[in-house]
Design a protein around this ligand. Structure first.
Ligand code: ITT
Length: 190
């Protein structure tokens, strides 16, 4: 069976990617299988740069085809922030709750029609035959208050288009049918 390694330390991403790819005959390893891989630094100014960097670093170390995901939430009212710094918006080591609170605080009083946002995921697959990069976007808007307990990150405050529930109120199958990550993975399958 072919093997790939996911170049992420985010267990929620890992779970989503494994679920979405479960029909493929593929052994999916994670960085838990390679405890000595150095911490991946993210110094790029774009999702694409960071995604490439993570895939390269892990492939170099493991010699196994690597799949990296760099992703984040882009809020139009904030000119695309938090964007590439989504994971550490409220500071290094910030919790999801702190990031959500900072963002909702900045959006307090902003009218519903100006709360548009999108999630973006840029995936890099780096294998023996070269590099593939794909992108997926899920458009939506920010909620006024957090709702729901599923998922991770900004899920409780993001309402995808076509829904009145937040990502965190969707069950995994619903999120995985429409998410930015699922769309980028669908493109990667091609
Ligand atoms: P790796 O770099 O190890 O993959 P990370 O969590 O640091 O893990 P990123 O730098 O790509 O990954 O940051 C992504 C952040 O964007 C993540 O921590 C969340 O805050 C947010 N995010 C991305 N996808 C999300 C999703 O599906 N739901 C909620 N938040 C998401």
């Amino acid at each position: 069976m072919n093997r790939i390694v996911l170049a992420t330390r985010n267990k929620h991403k890992t779970e989503e990617i494994k679920t979405i790819l479960k029909d493929l005959r593929l052994e999916i390893l994670t960085l838990n299988d390679f405890p000595d891989v150095p911490v991946l630094t993210e110094e790029g100014s774009t999702f694409r740069e960071n995604s490439l960097q993570k895939a390269h670093a892990v492939h170099l170390y493991t010699k196994i085809p690597a799949l990296a995901d760099d992703s984040g939430l882009e809020v139009f009212f904030l000119n695309g922030r938090p964007g590439v710094i989504s994971a550490r918006y409220a500071g290094d080591g910030a919790t999801d709750k702190e990031n959500n609170e900072k963002l909702l605080g900045q959006m307090r009083g902003v009218a519903p029609r100006r709360r548009g946002a999108q999630f973006r995921a840029v995936l890099t697959f780096l294998g023996d035959n070269g590099t593939e990069v794909t992108e997926g976007i899920c458009p939506g808007r920010l909620a006024e208050l957090p709702r729901g307990t599923n998922g991770f990150g900004y899920d409780p405050i993001f309402i995808p288009d076509g829904f009145s529930r937040t990502y965190a109120e969707l069950v995994a199958e619903e999120k995985n049918a429409i998410s930015h990550r699922a769309r980028a993975l669908a493109a990667m399958r091609q």
